[in-house]
Design a protein around this ligand. Structure first.
Ligand code: B12
Length: 213
């Protein structure tokens, strides 16, 4: 019965059925299903399938976005139960699309996958200037800065952010992870970032590695 519900959650998410995911996730919780099971074998597994299809050009951006929204609806049901079920946040990430760049689809997926991995996320949105990241690190409580760029012309803002952190004496207080279609491991190394990932699933693994989890 529980397996069937998890399968139904996966199917609903892959179809982008936001209300269905919310309803089924709630039903699974009410029926006592394991929250980790819902998260890992339901929501995250289905989003991985959608991500894979996107990579193979079997689905396109609208489908990815609709499924991501459905995932969000499921996550919203699970989130209040995390602490109750002993699932604690393993760290905190401040994420944003860098200055000059308005693309946020990939960044939002990364953000959601982080949340799914029990990483607390502060999302600064798009067009985020270096000073905003610096301010967040200064305030404290941020373990990782995650920057997204989809434009070759905005990649320089990642370098500027790393420099701004260095100039503020805060660089060693935080790990930095970068990504987005034009970003590469070589670029990440050249600006002195701690990590790069090509997709949301790898980004989550990388963040956990940087958090030593
Ligand atoms: C959708 C889109 C738009 C939408 C954005 C809507 C939105 N809310 O995001 C709109 C129409 C607004 C737009 C505008 C523009 N766009 Co546009 N856009 C795209 C498009 C088609 C898809 C991008 C996308 O969402 N991909 C899907 C997501 C899921 O993939 P992703 O972003 O790569 O994210 C994944 C990974 O990269 C990674 N990742 C992403 N972020 C992060 C962060 C971290 C920390 C990590 C670890 C990983 C990670 O994980 C994600 C999930 O797996 C691309 C072409 C393409 N096929 O990529 C062009 C593209 C990015 N756009 C482009 C351009 C030129 C523009 C415009 C300048 C067009 C114009 N002349 O006005 C403007 C720029 C506006 C601005 N200042 O930002 C070019 C960029 C060229 C370049 N290399 O610089 C592209 C490549 C199209 C092209 N071939 O020319 N765009």
């Amino acid at each position: 019965m529980a397996d069937k519900t998890i399968q139904d959650i996966r199917d609903a998410l892959m179809k982008g059925d936001r209300d269905g995911v919310a309803r089924l996730t709630k039903a699974a919780m009410d029926n006592g299903a394991d929250i980790r099971e819902i998260l890992n074998n339901g929501l995250i597994a289905a989003m991985d399938v959608v991500g894979g299809k996107f990579k193979r050009n079997e689905v396109f951006i609208p489908e990815v976005l609709i499924s991501a929204k459905a995932m969000h609806a499921g996550m919203a049901i699970l989130e209040p139960h995390f602490l109750k079920y002993g699932i604690k946040h393993i760290g905190k990430v401040a994420i944003g699309t860098v200055k000059g760049d308005l693309h946020d689809i990939g960044k939002n997926i990364v953000s959601m996958m982080f949340k799914g991995a029990c990483i607390d996320v502060e999302d600064f949105g798009i067009d985020v200037p270096p000073a905003k990241f610096v301010e967040a690190v200064k305030k404290g409580g941020i373990d990782i800065i995650a920057m997204s760029s989809l434009l070759t012309t905005s990649m320089g803002a990642m370098r500027d952010t790393v420099k701004a952190l260095e100039n503020s004496g805060l660089r060693d207080k935080v790990k930095i992870i970068v990504g987005g279609a034009p970003v590469t491991q070589e670029f990440a190394d050249s600006i002195g970032a701690d990590g790069y990932a090509k997709d949301a699933a790898t980004a989550t693994d990388k963040a956990k590695e940087l958090l030593n989890k």
